[in-house]
Design a binder for this molecule. Structure first.
Ligand SMILES: Nc1ncnc2c1ncn2[C@@H]1O[C@H](COP(=O)(O)OP(=O)(O)OP(=O)(O)O)[C@@H](O)[C@H]1O
Length: 758
């Protein structure tokens, strides 16, 4: 019945969409715009209706009074029966007991039913009677809908994250429905559902605060493009669009960060000391000449001396305006002083206001004067400031004095014009704030754009006018509208979604910002995010034990103190839904080595498959790895496999495995992806570094050379912890070096052919 209702809705929406698209668009520009908006709205609605196909209905609540509520991915109403609710959206307040009711606190619920479907067929039904007699064994922290949950967790992974609406647990629900305002930090170990919770919270907030968030948009920040790809399907399938998914590297419109940077240089650039360095770098561009400068202007000699420039510079700086905006004050002051100098020489008492204005006008239009003043206070773009700073040892040393050592400066130097790295993006944004808008350039750009629109509009009118068999009785286009008017109308017509407008505008401020793997962000990256969200309505999820970036965080209060002091809420997730207990007990050893106080999350299931280690012959690494991959493929059927390697081995292992797979006629042919910068999650087997695998999960994981992973970075143990916790079922560790002590609990295998499950 519910699917039939869904089909009707799809048909109706599709018909409306087609009707709107088919409309003749003769009409006012306003009507065109409305047509565009209506078409986009219907298209969005259609996507939403299509996306809920799988698992449309998943739960039922039977209440004490006899009322039944059916819960699903969206709300469906019976239009013949006074819009009675047939299916309730999981985010509606009345659906909440489905996630929170327990035997001890039943919230009026007598029975909760989980319905599992595949396509449109019911596969299983699990009923839980919330009866006090069962409350003692199933305490309030027990799992909700255990059978459905275990079924969801044991499913093969597809390379894309799926939603968890049918099996959200109580501790997760509390976070998902937490109020929108303020900063909420969700701390949780690996696999506790932080990403899932962050995305479902976004969907919940969009449902509950639709109006505000539709206008301002929501920004979701992830650690890398692979991760964004991994989560990209979850939100639309929850029925939401209008959300910007981005990495920090994409937050400065117009700049693409393509240059790789070493982690240690990225850490230097991410340090909060950069704030002072950047501000010094801007001030260093506001020059005072060592020697007086003499200029010839219309037979008069004008002298620019130190005190004159120092005064003008002082005034401009005291305005506290950004550099490019303060330039107007500097120029005004300089021109006044120079005018007075000329006037004094001519005899100031002989001159009136108009004469002085004439002198000033002459000075300001003189090329030599202009270029000299421009050198003393150059107009700077953020790109130019940074390019010239990081390619000049002298400039960098001056700006960095007392902040960075000589060696650190040397490490940050680079050749001019070699592109931008991800660590440069927060610096560009910082520079933009310090420099402000170059108002003259902005005005010029606007004028140019407007002129181009008019030329285009004139072209359109000319073409319309070329029609040969024109009836002189009929009005022509040019009789009704001229190019200027047409250009204005075109401007009004442009329709962009909130997400499109937000992504293209550096100064856009979002209604809510979600940061995943928040522990990875540098101090400078936090500044760019806080600027994008002045209301500080934010959800930050992460795990300080998984921090891999050298400039990343060790504690949440350290990150947040500069922005909200102690005004933030902390929620913790404690149950691991991903990694089986056998593997978590090994990972827990690593967690203790990182910090003895750290408690790894509790796994909810065992698989009976012990994780293993295998020492292999360095001469035959790739053949052995290929065999192990083939073995894992046989074990996981159509599941996913990751080979996690130290950064230094990525290219080598990736290519070798890919070509091994090409040659192999049997199991692994065509299943291994060669490593790219984003990793290819569509292949069955992917070779990745730990950094690339952050936030992802696979049915089986082979960790290669753990000792090298640990040695590669100051936070190497954290990386190993991340690597071990990416698996949902199977784990093998392959090494030629010694095994780190923490991994001594692994079952030791001696050869390849012996199967890991033995
Ligand atoms: N309530 C739930 N029902 C079913 N599956 C769940 C539930 N909560 C989490 N999961 C599953 O557990 C896995 C881990 O979730 P997720 O990736 O969100 O964890 P995480 O805390 O972000 O992990 P990490 O810190 O390791 O990146 C996912 O496959 C997710 O779908």
């Amino acid at each position: 019945m519910l699917y039939a209702r869904l089909d009707v809705l799809r048909k109706e929406t599709s018909a409306r969409h087609a009707a709107v698209l088919g409309q003749e668009h003769a009409g006012t520009p306003q009507a065109w715009l409305e047509r565009d908006i209506a078409a986009a709205m219907y298209a969005e609605e259609l996507t939403r209706l299509r996306d809920v196909e799988e698992g449309l209905y998943f739960g039922r609540l039977d209440l004490e009074g006899g009322e039944q509520r059916h819960i699903g991915r969206l709300g469906l109403f019976d239009d013949e029966n006074e819009y009675e609710a047939l299916l309730m959206d999981w985010r509606a307040p009345a659906a909440r007991p489905f996630y929170t009711a327990t035997a001890a606190s039943p919230e009026d619920v007598r029975m909760r039913r989980h319905v599992r479907t595949r396509g449109r067929t019911v596969m299983a039904i699990d009923d839980e009677v919330l009866d006090l007699s069962t409350a003692s064994e199933a305490g309030s922290d027990s799992l909700t809908g255990e059978a459905a949950l275990l079924a969801a967790m044991s499913r093969s992974r597809t390379g894309r994250m799926t939603d968890i609406v049918a099996t959200i647990q109580q501790e997760q629900d509390r976070i998902i429905r937490s109020p929108r305002s303020g900063v909420l930090v969700v701390q949780g170990g690996p696999g506790t559902g932080k990403t899932a919770v962050a995305l479902h919270r976004t969907a919940y907030l969009l449902y509950t605060h639709r109006d505000q968030l539709a206008k301002r948009g929501t920004l979701i920040i992830g650690p890398n493009p692979t991760f964004l790809h991994y989560i990209s399907q979850v939100l639309p399938s929850l029925g939401e669009t209008g959300v910007v998914l981005s990495t920090i590297a994409e937050l400065y419109p117009g700049v693409t960060a393509t240059r790789q940077e070493s982690p240690s240089v990225a850490a230097l650039k991410g340090d909060a000391k950069m704030i002072k360095l950047m501000s010094a770098a801007v001030k260093d561009r506001q020059l005072v000449p060592r020697q007086p400068i003499e200029l010839q202007v219309d037979r008069e000699t004008v002298t620019i001396d130190r005190s004159m420039v120092t005064d003008a510079r002082g005034r401009a700086r005291r305005s506290r305006k950004p550099h490019n905006e303060a330039k107007e004050i500097f120029l005004r002051e300089m021109l006044s002083s120079m005018t007075l100098q000329v006037a004094d020489r001519l005899g100031r008492h002989l001159l009136d206001r108009a004469d002085l204005d004439d002198i000033k006008e002459e000075l300001s239009s003189d090329d030599a004067v202009r270029s000299t003043l421009d050198e003393l206070w150059p107009t700077l773009s953020p790109q130019r400031l940074l390019r010239e700073l990081f390619s000049s040892p002298k400039r960098l040393a001056t700006a960095a004095r007392r902040l960075y050592t000589q060696e650190e400066c040397a490490a940050m130097l680079r050749t001019e014009g070699d592109g931008w790295s991800a660590a440069d993006i927060p610096l560009l944004d910082e520079a933009d704030e310090l420099l402000g808008e170059d108002t003259r350039a902005a005005r010029k750009r606007e004028e140019q754009a407007r002129r181009a629109e008019i030329i285009y509009a004139q072209g359109v009118l000319d073409i319309l006018d070329l029609e040969e068999d024109l009836d002189p009785e009929l009005l022509r286009a040019v009789d009704i509208v001229d190019a200027d008017q047409l250009a204005s109308r075109q401007e009004e017509r442009r329709y962009e979604t909130t997400a499109e407008r937000a992504a293209g505008d550096r100064t856009w401020t979002y209604g809510h910002v979600v940061v995943d793997e928040a522990q990875e962000l540098s101090a400078m990256a936090w500044r760019i995010l806080m600027r994008r969200c002045p209301s500080k309505s934010m959800t930050l999820v992460g795990d300080v034990a998984q921090t891999g970036a050298e400039g990343g965080a060790d504690s949440w209060s350290q990150i947040l103190r500069p922005y909200v002091a102690e005004r933030w809420r902390l929620e913790e997730l404690t149950v691991n839904y991903r990694t089986p207990a056998e593997i978590m007990s090994i990972a827990a050893q690593v967690a203790t080595a990182i910090d003895p106080d750290l408690r790894a999350p509790q796994s909810v299931r065992e698989t009976g498959v012990p994780p293993w280690s295998l020492r292999i012959d360095p001469a035959a690494t790739t053949e052995t790895l290929a065999k192990l991959v083939a073995e894992e493929i046989a074990e996981v059927d159509d599941g996913r496999i990751a080979v996690l390697v130290p950064g230094a081995l990525l290219g080598q292992v990736g290519q070798a495995l890919a070509s091994e797979a090409e040659e192999a006629t049997e199991e692994i042919a065509g299943t291994v992806s060669a490593p790219g910068p984003t990793g290819d999650l569509d292949s069955q087997t992917t070779v990745l570094t730990v950094g690339q695998a952050k936030g992802l999960e696979f049915d089986s994981v082979l960790v290669v050379e753990p000792q090298q992973i640990v040695a590669e970075s100051p936070r190497g143990l954290n990386d190993l912890y991340v690597a071990l916790t990416r698996t949902t079922r199977r784990l093998g560790v392959v090494h030629t070096d010694e095994l780190p002590d923490e991994l001594s609990g692994l079952r030791v295998r001696t050869d390849v052919s012996a199967n890991g499950t033995e």
